[in-house]
Design a binder for this molecule. Structure first.
Ligand code: CP
Length: 305
């Protein structure tokens, strides 16, 4: 039995298998319509979500399986004081796989240590979001044809953005990836990501504050929302929330081949005027999320055609 708590729980070969399967699901959707007949996915969401929860549920339904779960902690026995460990132990009796989102870093790991079925981390606090990383990898691979030799700019809240931490952790395993980290000083990437991932892997990275200065160099621009829910002080959030607003003027000097990604939800950081630009891929990225989650569910449950 395998869990997915951290993107590096999967070997590069296992990730390659998941992306290859996702590509086949794109081409032959109908062939997979009954591959998970009789299987159940439990979505245990202690924190709000639109894309992750609904794409997991749509993925399982499109594979022929069923879904159960809760979308807020207060609609579960957590409100009565039940622990994550006991919840995971109990849900193991009702489902075949769990997808869990939790505001506390490490909660899905605790669930995995107590469950009898695979547990998928669907986002834990400001830590990691491995299935968003699989989504981002599938998007990058489908839209650029490669997962190496790329310059990627991460822009916005690099301190609290778990999607950024996860994707940097994963992309640093590929060849010749150059990272440009664009953030205000207060929202820089945490030191542990620099020390344990970027420096440890000898990755090529620079930290800058102005998006415009680096725009012409980028193959991928990964925009992020300032994570209001992780701030201790509302005044700091208000001061920093509009640090970056991507608009058509800022894209004037960008490559024609640039790919603009965003894990979503968006607040103000990408003007809606950018949505019509063919380089804006964030809604397509959300669709890739459902497809790659189908492939992941199949792999974790040992399902094949
Ligand atoms: N990208 C992402 O995690 O979106 P949700 O918070 O809507 O699930």
């Amino acid at each position: 039995m395998k869990h997915l708590i951290d993107p590096t729980d999967l070997t590069l070969s296992e990730i390659d298998d998941i992306l290859t399967l996702a590509e086949d699901i794109i081409k032959n959707k109908e062939a997979y319509a009954h591959v998970a007949d009789g299987k159940k996915l439990a979505t245990l969401f202690y924190e709000p979500s639109t894309r992750t929860r609904l794409s997991f549920e749509a993925a399982m339904l499109e594979l022929g399986g069923s879904v159960l779960g809760f979308s807020t902690a207060d609609s579960s026995s957590t409100a009565k004081g039940e622990s994550v460990a006991d919840t995971a132990r109990t849900v193991s009796k009702y489902a075949d796989v769990i997808a869990m989102r939790h505001p506390k870093e490490g909660a899905p790991l605790v669930a995995a240590m107590n469950a009898d079925i695979p547990v998928i981390n669907a986002g834990d606090g400001g830590h990691l979001h491995p299935t968003q990383t699989l989504t981002d990898l599938l998007t990058i691979k489908e839209e650029t044809g490669k997962l190496s030799d790329l310059t990627i700019g991460f822009c916005g809240d690099l301190k609290f953005g778990r999607t950024v931490h996860s994707l940097i952790k994963q992309l640093s395993r590929y060849e010749n990836i150059r990272f440009i980290l664009i953030s205000p000083a207060e929202l820089r990437i945490p030191d542990y990501i620099k020390d344990e991932v970027l420096d440890a892997k000898g990755a090529d990275y620079t930290e800058v504050e102005r998006m415009e200065d680096v725009m012409p160099e980028l193959d991928i621009l990964y925009m992020t929302r300032v994570q209001k829910e992780r701030f201790f002080n509302e005044a700091d959030y208000i001061r920093l929330k509009d640090s970056y607003i991507l608009d058509p003027e800022k894209l004037v000097h960008a490559k024609e081949s640039l790919k603009i990604l965003h894990p979503l939800p968006r607040v103000n950081e990408i003007s809606v005027k950018v949505d019509a630009d063919p380089r804006a891929l964030y809604f397509k990225q959300a669709e890739y999320g459902k497809i790659v989650r189908k492939a992941l569910i199949m792999k974790l449950l040992g399902l094949s055609l």
